[in-house]
Design a protein around this ligand. Sequence first.
Ligand SMILES: [Ca+2]
Length: 240
Amino acid sequence: MPSSILSKYILCSFSNYFAKIFDFFPACSLVSFQNGDFELGTTSGWTVGGGSRTSLSSSEILPDYFLPGGRLYNYTIEHSSIVTNGSDPILGDLMPGIVEGGQYSFRVEDLVNGGYASVIGRQINSYYCLDIYFSWLAVLQNGNHSSNQSSLVIVQLEDITTGEKLILRRYDAGATGSGIDNRFRQKDNYFYTPAWQSEHLAIDNTRFGHDFILTVFAGDCQPTGHVGYIYLDSFSGLSP
Ligand SMILES: [Ca+2]
């Protein structure tokens, strides 16, 4: 067993131990997040989809529309990909390496414009651990459009037992810059995150055993001339 995996196992065993002491809940398990870091080099365990977003303004978009069974899902649109470490092809050294941990991460959508959108989702059921972590890195091309017509990324972590969105980030490349916040910087006509954005949900005992779903969306601009994409890595019960 590689030492990094071994140390994570030991850490998780520790947190299991304390969870048992304090709440007598079943042990949390790495199995919940198997391939949450994409280190199988595949999307095993995840659900991926895509489609055209040109019929919708950004405010009308829900990520679920582009997952299998969704109203805009098109199985021929496969723009997303597992990626290996290296620089972002557009922003280069302005962004960190496009893999946060290990050898692989996942890029939602691609670097070609065309009015498309893509999504990846992962559900974990009956979750008894104390934390959920994941990290993302986004690029939005400013096409000098309104927010509603611009490229778009959405990151959401939902407690589907209660229907609450516990983490919700929604950014667009609207021309005024009002669709981003201080997580982003600008280079030419690109908004980008200069560091991996580490998300952490601390789960209190009112949520033990609930089902959660992580959904990450990226879409080109509606007029089709500009790109949006987002990298995802390190979905785990343990800090990256
Ligand atoms: Ca990884």
